[in-house]
Design a protein around this ligand. Structure first.
Ligand SMILES: C[S@@+](CC[C@H](N)C(=O)[O-])C[C@H]1O[C@@H](n2cnc3c(N)ncnc32)[C@H](O)[C@@H]1O
Length: 203
């Protein structure tokens, strides 16, 4: 059994390390309504794959802030976006995004919520980072045994529920605009984990 868990986990991590999928990228840009000239943030950007997608949609008149807490990811994103012109890499804290109030029209948090140890503080900060009418998309997956070997520190399980995301969002002042019970992911990730997404709006 342990070998099976290990094999599935390795396969899943391999699937997770693929770059941004074209189909999911298009869906994210569409739902967040990112267009030329807008400012957006990618919270917990990792390698920056989705920050790059958002930067392309925002264009040279727009801007993307790619935040991270991990020093290795911060360094590699600084290299990656050194000549981009419209991406700024920002160091986050466990309880704060590191972004200015009213900096953004749209915020993406993809596969990060379940890592947060101070989710209420971070979601409240994102509420402040957004301008009125701003959109905040949280993509995550239900707690799963497949990734149990990598359960983030301070958590009981790897993953989070829609209810948890919804609760954090409404407590911070957001309105729930749309809920996606199922969020298609290509490959093994889609097979092994049930992804979901929540679109929150600051009125
Ligand atoms: C599974 S990765 C997701 C990366 C990327 N968003 C993606 O979808 O490919 C989770 C990332 O969240 C980052 N992270 C965890 N807590 C964070 C926080 N409080 N602020 C910013 N980033 C955080 C981790 O360092 C890690 O790179």
């Amino acid at each position: 059994m342990r070998t099976l868990v290990l094999m599935c986990s390795v396969l899943t991590l391999a699937a997770c390390s693929q770059g941004a999928s074209d189909e999911e990228s298009a869906r994210i840009i569409d739902i967040l309504e990112i267009s030329a000239g807008q400012a957006a943030a990618d919270i917990g950007a990792g390698s920056g794959d989705y920050s790059a997608v958002m930067a392309e949609a925002a264009g040279s008149a727009g801007h993307v802030y790619a935040t991270e807490i991990d020093v290795g990811s911060l360094a590699s994103m600084r290299d990656r976006f050194a000549t981009s012109g419209n991406v700024t890499v920002v160091e986050a804290q466990v309880n704060a995004t590191g972004l200015d109030p009213g900096c953004c029209d749209a915020v993406l948090m993809r596969n990060v919520f379940h890592h947060l140890t101070e989710s209420d503080a971070v979601v409240s900060d994102i509420y402040e980072n957004l301008r009125p009418g701003g959109r905040f998309l949280v993509v995550d997956f239900d707690p799963t045994w497949v990734l149990s070997l990598w359960t983030p520190e301070g958590h009981d399980a790897h993953g989070t529920t829609l209810d948890t995301v919804r609760g954090a969002g409404t407590s911070a002042g957001f309105r729930v605009e749309r809920v996606f019970d199922e969020w298609d992911r290509p490959g093994l990730e889609g097979l092994l984990m049930n992804h979901h997404a929540t679109l929150l709006v600051k009125d």
